[in-house]
Design a binder for this molecule. Sequence first.
Ligand SMILES: [Zn+2]
Length: 95
Amino acid sequence: MPGLTEIFGMEASWHRCEECGLPFQVPTYLYDHACWHKKSIYCPYGHENKVILRTDQTLDGKEQTIVFLKKEGNELARRLSAAKGQITKLKKRVK
Ligand SMILES: [Zn+2]
C-alpha cells in the first residue's frame, strides 16, 4: 500500500480513527510532537484521536505498516466470513 513514505519520502505511521474507523497516516515528526505535548491527532474527517503511548510506537515505519496490514487483514477476513454467512442464508431462502 503506497503511503506518505513511498509518495513523499516522509516517515509516517498508520492509524485507525477511533470514531469512524478510517485508516490514515500521520508523519512521524507530527505524531511525536503530539505525543510530547499531549495533543490529539485528527482523522481526515476531523475526529479527535487521543495519542496513546503504545508498544507499536517503538517499531519503525515498516514494522508499523506490517502490524497495521495484519490488523486490516484480520478485519477483512472477519467481514468475508460474515458475507459468506449472508450468502448461505440467502441461498437457503431462494431454494
Ligand atoms: Zn474519523
